[in-house]
Ligand binder design. Structure first.
Ligand SMILES: Nc1ncnc2c1ncn2[C@@H]1O[C@H](COP(=O)(O)OP(=O)(O)O)[C@@H](O)[C@H]1O
Ligand SMILES: [Mg+2]
Length: 366
């Protein structure tokens, strides 16, 4: 059994089902990120782990012990919120030590723990300040300090960086990675930001529609998504999706027509069953190239906009059927208003059923 085991967990508020039959195992020391659109149930799942929210069905266990009926304070989980939740009239020292003081720990013990946390979080010079005299990033460090001194078995973070500006978020991201390395404690982190999830996670858990869509290392989800939702959610700019018709399939390849309205392409995905049907082709912006002038039968696009970013450019196009696409290209690769042929890295193209399920084929592609 894994360190933290979520087994067939469901959650409803009244008659409204929020999470259905969620299964997830988390190893000790893992940095796990729950990511998904707003309202998909990330905070609810985290709160069920912490004990702040009742579990409607299923079990959550930590280190082999079922937690469903265990009081929040006895679960060994420490939660850090987006809102910091600091006491405004207390100094940093008082805020960080609050839980230990309530538990009537000895003065020396408290001072030792707080000083240790303050060193890790670079709060030494701020111990006598009140929250009103701290920046957003400093306040969030105090909130993390309050969690660290409890020496929890698992840290639970609910969008802790969302109130910070972009630059500070990037810095705090690096600090959290560093903190995780240093403490080695299991961390579960909730965010709606897929870039934050990619950069922090050992295991990224993509949630939507009350379900876990896929869980795994960030680059596995990027390269090998189970469905169109995950493929479109992970990566920026997003994966391009083009409608097409699957014409035939054999042991080595599938042949497609009408891709983006007009193109005939073959993809090296072997052993696809099921006969001719409408499908969706997924192509990441870096797996398309601007290849030159029009040639009949190949994928073409009309350039609508070129975003020059300095080192590279994002070329926005529309396919023959009007579907918008983005190509990641070198600088000055295309001009708005021109019509271009697009090269496809066919080995990296993905295929989906129209309902969004990934078509992998039964033979491994090389
Ligand atoms: N106490 C509650 N009562 C009723 N509905 C709730 C309650 N808490 C959350 N919800 C609903 O549950 C869904 C998931 O919420 P939440 O877990 O906060 O989403 P996320 O954190 O992914 O944005 C939302 O539709 C939200 O409105
Ligand atoms: Mg939330």
């Amino acid at each position: 059994m894994a360190f933290l085991d979520i087994s067939a967990v469901s959650k409803s508020f009244g008659s409204v089902s929020i999470l259905r039959d969620v299964d997830l195992s988390i190893e000790e020391g893992e940095f796990v990120v729950f990511v998904g659109p707003s309202g998909c149930g990330k905070s609810t799942l985290l709160r069920m782990i912490s004990g702040l929210e009742e579990i409607s069905a299923g079990t959550i266990s930590i280190a082999g012990e079922v937690m469903n009926e265990v009081e929040p304070a006895d679960r060994g989980a420490a939660m850090v919120f987006q809102s910091y939740a600091l006491y405004p009239h207390m100094t940093t020292f008082e805020n960080v030590s609050f839980g230990l003081r309530m538990a009537h720990k000895a003065r020396d013990f408290i001072a030792g723990r707080v000083n240790e946390a303050a060193t890790i979080l670079q709060l030494e010079k701020l111990l006598m300040r009140k929250p009103g005299q701290l920046s957003g990033g400093q306040k969030q460090r105090v909130a993390i300090g309050r969690a660290i001194v409890r020496e929890p078995r698992v840290f639970l973070f609910d969008e802790p960086l969302s109130n910070l500006d972009a630059e500070l978020r990037v810095q705090m991201r690096a600090e959290l990675t560093e903190l995780h390395k240093r403490l080695g404690t299991t961390m579960i982190y909730v965010t709606h930001d897929q870039i934050e999830a990619m950069t922090l996670a050992d295991k990224m858990v993509v949630m939507a529609g009350g379900l876990i869509q896929q869980a795994g290392p960030p680059l596995t989800l990027y390269d090998d998504p189970d469905n169109q939702f995950v493929a479109g959610f992970v990566g920026s700019p997003k994966m391009n999706f083009l409608a097409g018709q699957l014409v035939s399939a054999d042991a080595g390849a599938v042949k497609l027509s009408g891709v983006g309205g007009a193109a005939e392409i073959a993809l090296p995905i072997g052993g696809v069953g099921g006969g001719a049907r409408a499908v969706t082709v997924g192509l990441r912006p870096e797996h398309l190239t601007i290849a030159g002038d029009d040639a009949p039968g190949e994928l073409q696009g009309r350039v609508t906009l070129v975003e020059e970013l300095g080192a590279e450019s994002f070329v926005h196009l529309t396919a023959a059927d009007g579907t918008p696409m983005i190509v990641r290209a070198r600088r000055d690769a295309a001009r708005a208003g021109s019509s271009v042929r697009l090269g496809i890295d066919a080995g990296r193209a993905l295929l989906f059923e129209r309902d969004g399920q990934r078509i992998r084929g039964s033979l491994t592609q090389q």
